[in-house]
Design a protein around this ligand. Sequence first.
Ligand code: IPE
Ligand code: IPE
Ligand code: MG
Ligand code: MG
Ligand code: MG
Length: 307
Amino acid sequence: MKLDLTNLISLSQTRTENLFTYYLKEPEPAAPLLQDAMAYSVFNGGKRIRPLLVYATGLALGATLEDLDPAAAAVELIHAYSLIHDDLPVMDNADLRRGKPSCHKVYGEAIAVLAGDALQTLAFRIIIAHSAQTLPHQRLKMAAALSEASGINGMAGGQALDMGMKNPGLNDVLEMYSRKTGALLLACVQMGMAVADVQDAAVVDGLEKYARCLGLGFQLRDDLLDFESSHVSGKPQGLDVANEKATYAMLVGVEGTRKRILELYEDALGAIGVLGVDEEILGAVGRWLLDFPSPVASRRPHPQGER
Ligand code: IPE
Ligand code: IPE
Ligand code: MG
Ligand code: MG
Ligand code: MG
């Protein structure tokens, strides 16, 4: 199937949101407030870049949209959970997420913690139980990639480093980024490959390098956004500075960060250029991801009119 970027962005949003509707709008949930908090945090206008990366990778390798759906939804649920916990007072203490009050501001800290927990387990339930055509060995690969990326060696470990670093140097910051943000983006590509049942080691290596470059570039872009207005990001402005977080942008400067993002984009393209996979859509996804916010801002008005 041949898709352009605009179609793929909108398809990633609608397909994942359809799955979320199915799983998060159960008629008689055991804990209605918890279900509300979970739904609040997934239906609030995220860009869905992780599902986009799953679909782009899988489609470039010949997988079907239907078979890619569970991986796309699962990684977005892990991401949503990570943001709920990231915003808590004990972590970044952020009151605003995607232009709306953070989950704990609406539902309280206890329910916010539990919403994160339940979104995480739902992610794995979808990989295991979804009615896609993928075989058990493919589902195991997806679950292994996603759990590795979410746990102590990945996002949770990176978040712990982020909270605990004292006077970090550039390498410490890069290590922390590769875990807290890079690992989940890597898992997107790994799950796309698992669904397509890729065996070729050169393709695996090239696409993993592509994902690592985008993962780092994406967090560098996010650091720059922290300097910009909250209208652009839907997040509190200057929170990294207020929380005395060491970011790459603070250590290297804005211009140096922009230059590094561009290099990473070129490295990402270089990594897939020789593989014989459909690089057009993967290149477009990379450009869009690192160029945020300009193409994103015009894409879909935020429900609150803010982005
Ligand atoms: C923000 O991720 C947190 C980072 C890991 C940089 P996104 O920028 O993908 O957040 P949403 O989902 O679009 O709000
Ligand atoms: C978040 O990094 C990474 C996560 C794993 C949630 P940030 O703390 O910079 O993300 P934002 O800026 O709050 O979205
Ligand atoms: Mg944080
Ligand atoms: Mg944060
Ligand atoms: Mg940030």
